[in-house]
Design a protein around this ligand. Structure first.
Ligand code: PEP
Ligand code: MG
Length: 921
C-alpha cells in the first residue's frame, strides 16, 4: 500500500493514464472531472495555476478507514514542494508565501454540492508578508477573512450566520451597503472578529500552521462526499455513492488584486438557446465565488473586449481551442491576476433541452461530431422538458389585462410553472411531497443546501443572481422552470411574504412563472403542451435516432426483426390518440384498452344491460347493440394507423367497474325507504342485490381478463367480430391493416387453448363473409408470473407477447400499486430498501429476470415471437434500455412519451451496439 500513488501533479496526466490503463474515462474516475480537466489543460499549454490532485481512490480509502491512507499525506507534501518550485513561492513563508485552494471534484460534476476552502496558507505572519509584497492590505485582509470564514464553516462546521451576522452588523454600523465599501482596516477588523468567532465556537485558535490548514481542509473535502447536500444530489442524479471525490490543491491566483484583476465564468455557447456565441459574466476586482453566487451584478463577457482587449483575445483563443479539443460546449472559470489570464476550470457545460438539441445539430454541421454523437448528446429527459407546458396566449393576455403581471427577471430555465409560493427549501419540499401541492420555491438566491426544495418544486424564482447563478444552473439541469434575479421583488423571509411596489404575495398563494421569458404573474395561468410538429430541430434529431434503431442485421436474437434497436409503439384507445401517436413518431399501437370505449355515455347503459342480462338471448341482444360502436372505434384506429400494426386488447377489468357504485346506490335505496318513495325503489333494490352478488373481495385478482372471457365468452366474441369486420371493411377500402388481438391476464396455456380457437374461428368467418383476407395475429399479455415461467408453453398458442409490467410488477412483488405508492413505497425508496419505485422503472433483478426468461423461453418455442411491452415502463428510459437488452422488438408507451422513447431506444442501441443479454447466452 505504501507505494500506491495517491497524488498526481497537474503535469502528470501521462502517469495517470498509464495508472488506469490508458482510458480517459479511467483518468476522469481517478482524478475527477475538475482534476482531469486541469491536467488536460496543462498538457495543452493552457495557462493553469500549478497544483495537484489527490485521487478518488484516496477518498474511498479514507471513507473505509476514517483516516488518510498510508503515504498519502507525504505525497501531498512532495507535490506541494514541486508547486513551490514552479511558482517560486513557499508555503508558510513570510516573505513570499504560497497560497493554495482546496476543492472537491468528483467524476461527474456536482455543482457546489461539496466543499471548497480558498486562500489556505494565510496566517498572521504570512498576511503581513503578503501586505509588503502586494502593497495591497485591503486585498490581503479580504482574503484572510474569507479563509477564516470558509475554514470555520467548512472544516469546523460552524454555522454561516456566526460569521455573516457580525459582518452585516459591522457594515450597518459603518453605513456601508456593498462589500466594495469596506477598507483595508475594515477587513482587518473583520478578520480579527472571525478569528474570535472560531475561538468562541471551538475553544481553540484558528490554526496558524498552514500545513494543519491544508491537512484539515483535505479531510473536510473527503468528508463532504457524504454530506447531506452531496448525497441528496447523487440520489436525484443517479450518481453512484462509491465513486468518491478527488481533492484538487491549486496555487491561488487572485482576481481581487485591483482594477487590473478580475474573475469570471463563461459558456462557449449560449446555454439557454444554444446560439454559437460566448455567454458569461465577469467582475473586476473580485473573487470567483462573487460571480458564481450572483451576489454582485456581473458584467457581460463581451464588455471585457474593451476593458482588457489583449486578455479578451487570449481568452477567446483558449476557449475555442478547448471546445475543439473536447468537441463539446465548455463551461470555464477564469481569473485575471494583474493582467495575466489564468484558466481555473473547464468542463462540459450544462444546458437547457432546447440548446442541447441545437448545439448537437450545429456541431454536426460544423463537422465537430457525427450524427450518433449528436443523438447521444441529448438525454431522453431533456426531450421531455421540450414537450413541457407553456402558458396559453389567451390566458396570458387575460392575466395581463387583469393586471396580474408581477415582475420580470432573467429567463434561466424554460417552461411554465404554476404553484403555491414557499420561501424555504424544507417547506417547499414537505408541501410538495406530503401535501402533494404544486410548489414554486421563492428565495433571494439559492445555495447548495436548497437543492432538495428545488427538485420538489414545479418552479423556482429568485430575486438576485444571474444566468450563471446557482439557482439557474441547478434548475437547468433538472429541467425545472426558473426565473432568477427578479430584483423588483422584495422578499421578506421573516414575515413569509414578497412584494413589488406594495403588492404583496403571501406564502401559500398562487403564482405563475415563465422560465422561457422570465416573467412572473400572480395567480394561476392556464398552460398547454407545445406541438412537436413545430420543433424542427428535435424532429431531425429523432429521425437520426430512428435511423440508428432501424440499422439492419444486428439483433440476430430477434429473427424477423433484424434491426439494431427497438421500435416505438404507443398505447392509444381512440383514433385521435392514434393520430397523435403517429405524429410523435410511433410505428404501431401496442395497446388499445377496449373497455375504455364501454364507459362512454351512450354505451354504458347497454354495457350494464349486457352484464345484468338474465339469459343468453338478452345478453346477445345487448352485445348486438354494442357491436356497431366497437366496429366504428376499431375502424378509426385502423385508418389512423394505415400500414402499421394495431394491438387490440380484449376486455380486461372486472365487471363491477362498469356498474354504479355500490355504496352510493345503497345510500339512495335507504333514503328512498326512509322518505317512503316507492317509485323505482324495487328496480334499485334489485340492482343493488345484483351488484352485491358480483362483489369480490379482491377484484384485481378475481373475475377479469381471460377468466372473464371464458366465463362469459359472448363479450369477447362480439369484440373479435367487431375487430375483424372493421379490418375487412378497411382492407376493402384500400387501408393496410395489421390487427393483433391480445388476450389479457393469461396464467396457463390451457386458457388460450380454450378461448383462442373459438376466436380465430370468428376471424375466419368474418373474412369469408366479407370475401377478404389479411394477416393478423393472436397473442397474449405477460402479466402474471406463472405466464412468464411457462412462456415456452404459452408461445405454442400466442403469436406475440406483450409485457404488462404494471400487473407483472404488482404480482411479482405482491404489492397493490395504488396502496403501495400512497404509503410504504416512499419509505422503501427513502430507506434504500428499493433503489427506485418499481412501478416507474423495471426492477431488473426480479421482474426483469422473469421478463428475460420469458423472451428466451418463448422464442425457444416460436423463434419469430414478437415481444413488446405496454406497461407504463414502456416510456421510462432505464426500462427501455432493459427491454433492448432482453431482445424486445418494441416498446409501447403513452403518445406523449413516444419522442422520449425514440431517443432512449437509440441510446440503448448505441450503448450496447446490438449485443443484448439474449444474444450473450
Ligand atoms: C399492465 O398491466 O401493465 C397493463 C398494461 O395493463 P393495465 O394497466 O391495463 O392493467
Ligand atoms: Mg394489466
Amino acid at each position: 500500500m505504501e507505494d500506491k500513488k495517491w497524488v498526481f501533479s497537474f503535469d502528470e496526466v501521462k502517469l495517470a493514464e498509464d495508472y488506469v490503463g490508458g482510458s480517459w474515462e479511467g483518468v476522469r474516475a481517478l482524478l475527477g472531472g475538475k482534476g482531469s480537466g486541469l491536467a488536460d489543460m496543462t498538457r495543452a499549454d493552457v495557462p493553469v495555476p500549478p497544483g495537484f490532485t489527490v485521487t478518488t481512490e484516496a477518498c474511498n480509502a479514507y471513507q473505509a478507514d476514517g483516516k488518510f491512507p498510508a503515504g498519502m499525506w507525504e505525497q501531498e507534501l512532495n507535490a506541494l514542494k514541486i508547486v513551490e518550485q514552479k511558482t517560486g513561492k513557499k508555503f508558510g513563508n513570510t516573505n513570499n508565501p504560497l497560497l493554495v485552494s482546496c476543492r472537491s471534484g468528483a467524476k461527474f460534476s456536482m455543482p457546489g454540492m461539496m466543499d471548497t476552502v480558498l486562500n489556505i496558507g494565510l496566517t498572521d505572519t504570512t498576511a503581513d508578508g503578503m501586505v509588503k509584497l502586494t502593497n495591497n492590505p485591503r486585498f490581503v485582509y479580504d482574503s484572510y477573512r474569507r479563509l477564516v470564514e470558509m475554514f470555520g464553516t467548512v472544516v469546523l462546521g460552524i454555522p454561516d450566520e456566526a460569521f455573516e451576522d457580525p459582518l452585516k452588523e459591522y457594515k450597518q454600523k459603518k453605513g456601508y451597503k456593498l462589500d466594495t465599501e469596506m477598507t483595508a482596516d475594515d477587513w482587518k477588523a473583520i478578520t480579527a472578529t472571525f478569528k474570535a468567532v472560531v475561538k468562541k465556537e471551538q475553544g481553540f485558535d484558528f490554526p496558524q500552521d498552514p500545513y494543519i490548514q491544508l491537512e484539515l481542509a483535505t479531510e473536510a473535502v473527503f468528508k463532504s462526499w457524504n454530506g447531506k447536500r452531496a448525497v441528496d444530489y447523487r440520489r436525484a442524479t443517479n450518481i453512484p455513492d462509491d465513486l468518491g471525490t478527488a481533492v484538487n490543491i491549486q496555487t491561488m491566483v487572485f482576481g481581487n488584486m485591483g482594477e487590473d484583476s478580475g474573475t469570471g465564468v463563461a459558456f462557449t455557447r449560449d446555454p439557454s438557446t444554444g446560439e454559437r456565441k460566448m455567454f458569461g459574466n465577469y467582475l473586476i476586482n473580485a473573487q470567483g465565488e462573487d460571480v458564481v453566487a450572483g451576489i454582485r451584478n456581473a458584467e457581460k463577457i463581451e464588455n471585457l473586449s474593451s476593458e482588457m482587449p489583449a486578455v479578451y483575445q487570449q481568452f477567446m483563443n483558449i476557449t475555442a481551442k478547448l471546445e475543439e479539443h473536447y468537441t463539446e460546449m465548455q463551461d470555464v472559470e477564469f481569473t485575471i491576476e494583474r493582467g495575466k489570464l489564468w484558466m481555473l476550470q473547464t468542463r462540459n457545460g450544462k444546458r437547457t433541452a432546447n440548446s442541447a438539441v441545437k448545439i448537437a445539430l450545429d456541431m454536426v454541421e460544423e463537422g465537430l461530431i457525427d450524427k450518433k454523437d449528436a443523438v447521444l448528446r441529448v438525454s431522453p429527459e431533456q426531450v421531455d422538458t421540450l414537450l413541457h407546458p407553456q402558458f396559453t396566449n389567451d390566458a396570458m393576455k387575460a392575466a395581463n389585462g387583469e393586471g396580474r403581471w408581477y415582475a420580470k427577471g432573467v429567463n434561466a430555465s424554460p417552461g411554465a410553472a404554476v404553484g403555491q409560493v414557499y420561501f424555504d427549501a424544507n417547506t417547499a419540499e414537505s408541501q410538495a411531497k406530503q401535501n402533494k401541492q404544486d410548489v414554486i420555491m421563492v428565495r433571494p438566491f439559492t445555495k447548495p443546501d436548497d437543492v432538495h426544495g428545488m427538485i420538489a418544486a414545479k418552479g423556482v424564482l429568485t430575486s438576485e443572481g444571474g444566468a450563471t447563478s446557482h439557482a439557474a444552473v441547478v434548475a437547468r439541469q433538472f429541467g425545472i422552470p426558473c426565473v432568477v434575479g427578479a430584483s423588483q421583488i422584495k422578499i421578506d423571509l421573516e414575515n413569509r411574504l414578497m412584494s413589488v411596489d406594495g403588492q404583496i404575495v403571501k406564502e401559500g398563494e398562487w403564482i405563475s412563472v415563465d422560465g422561457t421569458t422570465g416573467e412572473v404573474y400572480t395567480g394561476k395561468i392556464l398552460t398547454f403542451t407545445p406541438k412537436i410538429e413545430e420543433q424542427t430541430d428535435l424532429l431531425k434529431l429523432l429521425t437520426w435516432a430512428d435511423e440508428i434503431c432501424a440499422t439492419p442485421g444486428i439483433r440476430k436474437f430477434a429473427p424477423g426483426w433484424p434491426t439494431k434497436g427497438l421500435q416505438v409503439w404507443a398505447n392509444a384507445d381512440y383514433p385521435k390518440d392514434a393520430q397523435r401517436a403517429r405524429s410523435y413518431g410511433a410505428v404501431g399501437i401496442g395497446l388499445c384498452r377496449t373497455e375504455h370505449m364501454f364507459f362512454e355515455k351512450e354505451r354504458l347503459p347497454i354495457v350494464q344491460r349486457m352484464i345484468l342480462a338474465e339469459n343468453l338471448e338478452d345478453r346477445k341482444a345487448a352485445l348486438d347493440e354494442l357491436l356497431p360502436y366497437q366496429r366504428a372505434d376499431f375502424d378509426g384506429l385502423f385508418r389512423a394507423m394505415d400500414g402499421y400494426p394495431v394491438i387490440i386488447r380484449l376486455i380486461d377489468p372486472p365487471l363491477h367497474e362498469f356498474m354504479p357504485d355500490e355504496e352510493l346506490l345503497f345510500e339512495e335505496v335507504i333514503t328512498m325507504r326512509v322518505k317512503g318513495e316507492t317509485k323505482g325503489l324495487e328496480e334499485k333494490e334489485k340492482l343493488l342485490a345484483d351488484i352485491r352478488g358480483m362483489h369480490e373481495s379482491n377484484p384485481m385478482m378475481g373475475l377479469r381478463g381471460v377468466r372473464l372471457s371464458i366465463y362469459m365468452p359472448q363479450i369477447v366474441e362480439m369484440q373479435v367480430r367487431a375487430i375483424f369486420e372493421a379490418a375487412a371493411d378497411c382492407t376493402l377500402s384500400g387501408v393496410v391493416v395489421k390487427p393483433e388481438v391480445m388476450i389479457p391476464l393469461t396464467g396457463t396455456v390451457n386458457e388460450l387453448k380454450w378461448i383462442q380457437p373459438r376466436l380465430i374461428k370468428i376471424a375466419h368467418d368474418v373474412m369469408e363473409e366479407k370475401k377478404v383476407s389479411f394477416t393478423y395475429k393472436f397473442g397474449t399479455m405477460i402479466e402474471i408470473p406463472r405466464a412468464a415461467v411457462t412462456a415456452a408453453e404459452i408461445a405454442e398458442y400466442a403469436e406475440f407477447f406483450s409485457f404488462g409490467t404494471n400487473d407483472l410488477t404488482q404480482m411479482t412483488f405482491g404489492y397493490s400499486r395504488d396502496d403501495a405508492e400512497r404509503n410504504f413505497l416512499v419509505t422503501y425508496v427513502a430507506e434504500g430498501i428499493l433503489p427506485k419505485n418499481p412501478f416507474q422503472t423495471i426492477d431488473r433483478g426480479g421482474v426483469g429476470r422473469l421478463m428475460s426468461m420469458t423472451v428466451k423461453d418463448g422464442r425457444s418455442t416460436r423463434p419469430e415471437l414478437e415481444v413488446g411491452i405496454c406497461g407504463e415502463h414502456g416510456g421510462d428510459p432505464d426500462s427501455i434500455e432493459f427491454c433492448h437488452l432482453i431482445g424486445n422488438n418494441y416498446v409501447s408507451c403513452s403518445p406523449f412519451r413516444v419522442p422520449i422513447a425514440r431517443l432512449a431506444a437509440a441510446h440503448a442501441a448505441l450503448k450496447h451496439s446490438g449485443a443484448g443479454l439474449a444474444e450473450d447466452k
